[in-house]
Design a protein around this ligand. Structure first.
Ligand SMILES: *Cc1c(COP(=O)(O)O)cnc(C)c1O
Length: 286
């Protein structure tokens, strides 16, 4: 087992938490699982990893940690940075740069990205690690969940995890066909995510969407997200400030319709909390 499961009583309900955030501070949560296959790959297989996306991305930081460990170059494409961030990188960006990431700002990002390709000893990982490469690690996570469920003799199990690209939820559903996987789209709406996921294959029947009560913009500070984050933390477990608050709020609102045991798979991302808390403070929410 790569991570333990702990009971968690929250707002009148009993949950279990799969503690994937404890695996590694940088290669944390589902990013560890998604990069697992590459962690097992002999270092001489590649010399460079290329990827792209946001400059506070958890996936970016995890890929930087992976490349450092393997001795691979890491080239990361992004849109031009705001001058303040450029002069004074913070949070995940700073940590990734310290790990040796080469940041490539591109003024024509949108036309450049579709031209990127794997070649020779260079591997392209799509934004957020949304790639069939992620399947092996998530299959192992699914195996650990199944082992736990059998040892606990749980008959009806619901597995909850928040979605960005939906890669984690998709492969969990594929490899745990007898259980319900519940997720919420934290980036874009579920129709968009559904379409994204279809690139991985047909959508498993046991993957269910929980609809948030309202629309939220990704990675923006909201006072109610901070409340949820703080309540969870006071209850003993820290979660990330971007995905987890929306997942928990939506889950709690749906609990009367969920039968059986609920296992929440912690998706990691705690390294990004410092910069998010700064943003909350700047807005006067803290
Ligand atoms: C990346 C990430 C997710 C989303 O995972 P997907 O597999 O892209 O759906 C959820 N939570 C945290 C903390 C993340 O860093």
């Amino acid at each position: 087992m790569l991570s333990e499961v702990t009971p968690f009583h929250f707002q009148g309900f009993d949950f279990y938490i799969k503690r994937d955030e404890l695996i590694d501070p940088y290669l944390s949560g589902n990013k560890y699982r998604k990069l697992y296959a590459l962690l097992q790959t002999p270092a001489e297989t590649y010399n460079t990893i290329i990827s792209y996306g946001g400059t506070q991305s958890n996936a970016m930081l995890s890929m930087a940690a992976l490349c450092k460990q393997k001795g691979w170059q890491f080239e990361y494409y992004c849109k031009p940075l705001a001058s303040q961030l450029k002069q004074q990188p913070s949070g995940n960006l700073k940590a990734a740069l310290d790990l040796g990431m080469q940041l490539l700002e591109s003024p024509d990002y949108d036309t450049l990205i579709p031209t990127l390709q794997s070649h020779d000893k260079t591997l392209l990982i799509p934004q957020g690690g949304a790639d069939p490469l992620a399947e092996l690690g998530i299959q192992i996570l699914a195996g650990e969940i199944k082992q736990w469920q059998q040892a606990q003799n749980i008959s009806k199990l619901n597995i909850v995890t928040p979605s960005g690209t939906g890669t984690t939820a998709y492969y969990l559903a594929k490899h745990l066909p007898n259980f319900q996987i519940l997720t919420t789209a934290c980036v874009g709406d579920h129709a968009y995510l559904h379409q994204q996921m279809q690139q991985l294959g047909s959508i498993p029947h046991n993957l269910k969407w929980l609809e948030p009560s309202r629309k939220y913009h990704f990675a923006k500070p909201y006072p109610e997200f901070l409340d949820t984050y703080q309540a969870l933390k006071q209850n003993g477990i820290e979660f990330d400030l971007i995905y987890a608050p929306l997942m928990w709020q939506t889950l709690l609102a749906s609990m009367q319709n969920i039968q059986g045991t609920v296992l929440y798979v912690h998706s990691g991302g705690l390294m990004g909390n410092a910069t998010m808390l700064e943003r909350y403070a700047q807005k006067g929410f803290l």
